[in-house]
Design a protein around this ligand. Structure first.
Ligand code: ADP
Length: 395
């Protein structure tokens, strides 16, 4: 069985074709700048790479060209589109309606559209991608896999905000959490690596990329996570502020004469480690500047690590202890320094990183010292494989 995994953004589209008999990736690629000048596909299959540069006015055109690339004699991976048995779509927001992945039909798309209110930047392009695929492959089953689904097991005390309760009833204002597919994947892998059942573990998963979130996974279920109604809450991120005093919002709006779009832009695009350092949103640049003695760059790294450390402490409290801490995503997988900084000072709850073991990037490994009571692991995430597995299961 071959599953095509689609992750559709507003102007981008990532895809992977996975053979589910052995979970081998047959082809993968990225389409950039859909609908704007300079559209291009970077496609890899068969050990070959192809760059396709031509105008792509919309997602349907882009997907048509992806299909051509997949069918290409030189750098393709299949002979006919009939070989694609199912398509798995990443959908960012499933609201309270989707606690698991689902087969997509008209009714499901309608509910996804209702959830768009809660993720206006993400859900509409996800739905556009689904519709484009349906037009190109009308007889192929499609599955929706939601970033929010894994977090739907959170108890009320974790997801209700201390606001008038009517706002939850009227507008579904509550914590949803994101990166769920990733948190679930790395928690499952961590349990497997440790040779334990997830049901017997309290795991804190740290997905640290451009967007970053932490989740508390107790006995196999998510019980809390740092992102909220939107992916803005929680950790300091590349460009997002994460947790701040909400009173800062009207204060800055008044002082700087900002409207809603202006303040949204400030907290989403100009804050986080970019805002603190003034250097970049990319941790590699910031680490480089900090090494040269740039104090604000160092401060950005310190604040980032301090906030992850505080979440680990609070989730250990939320679960009555912790058995494993898992690091994943761009920064979590690659930056030994960040992992070490975060864990510094957590020895009191049994978290101790072994400097030698921690000196790795992008591989599955236990990096805690042998005598530490809490295992610390690095697990590269694989959201695409998770989406493909769910798709296979449902189809
Ligand atoms: P996204 O949220 O965009 O999917 P990723 O998970 O790809 O993000 O993570 C991207 C971030 O990971 C980059 O912005 C960079 O800060 C960080 N990163 C990647 N590799 C390294 C590295 N070797 N050292 C430090 N940071 C890294």
């Amino acid at each position: 069985m071959k599953v095509l995994v689609i992750n559709c953004g507003s102007s981008s589209l990532k895809y992977q074709l996975i053979d589910m008999t052995d979970e081998n990736v047959l082809a993968k690629g990225l389409v950039e700048r859909i609908g704007i000048e300079g559209s291009k596909i970077t496609h890899k299959a068969n050990g070959k790479k192809a760059v396709i540069e031509q105008p792509m006015e919309n997602h349907k055109v882009a997907l048509g060209l992806v299909m051509e690339a997949l069918l290409n004699e030189e750098h393709g991976a299949i002979k006919s589109t009939d070989e694609i048995n199912a398509v798995g779509h990443r959908v960012v927001h499933g609201g309270e309606k989707f606690a698991t992945s689902v087969i997509i039909d008209d009714e499901v798309i309608k509910v996804m559209e209702e959830c768009s209110d809660l993720a206006p930047l993400h859900n509409p392009p996800n739905i556009t991608g689904i519709r484009a695929c349906q037009e190109l492959m009308p007889n192929t089953p499609m599955v929706g896999v939601f970033d929010t689904a894994f977090h739907q097991t959170m108890p009320e005390q974790a997801y209700i905000y201390p606001l008038p309760y009517e706002l939850y009833e009227k507008y579904a204002v509550r914590r949803y959490g994101f990166h769920g597919t990733s948190h679930k994947y790395v928690a499952e892998r961590a349990a497997a690596i440790l040779g334990k059942d997830m049901k017997d573990l309290r795991i804190i998963t740290c997905h640290l990329g451009n967007g970053a979130s932490v989740a508390a996974v107790k006995n196999g279920e998510c019980v809390d996570t740092s992102m909220g109604l939107t992916p803005l809450e929680g950790l300091a991120m590349g460009t997002r502020c994460g947790d701040i005093d909400p009173a800062i919002i009207p204060f800055i709006m008044e002082k700087e004469g900002l409207d809603i779009a202006g303040i949204n832009n400030l907290v989403n695009k100009k804050s986080g480690v970019l805002g603190i350092s003034g250097v970049s949103s990319d941790f590699r640049d910031i680490e480089g500047e900090a090494e040269k003695g740039n104090k604000r760059a160092q401060l950005a790294l310190d604040i980032f690590a301090y906030r992850v450390r505080k979440y680990i402490g609070s989730y250990a409290a939320a679960m009555g202890g912790v058995d494993a801490v898992v690091f994943t995503a761009g920064l979590g997988e690659n930056s030994a320094m960040t992992r070490a900084d975060i864990c510094k000072g957590l020895e009191f709850i049994g978290i101790k990183v072994d400097a030698d073991k921690n000196n790795i990037r992008g591989e599955e490994k236990v990096v805690s010292t042998d005598d530490a009571s809490v295992k610390v692991l690095v697990v590269p995430t694989n959201e695409e494989l998770m989406i493909a597995r769910d798709t296979k299961k449902l189809v």
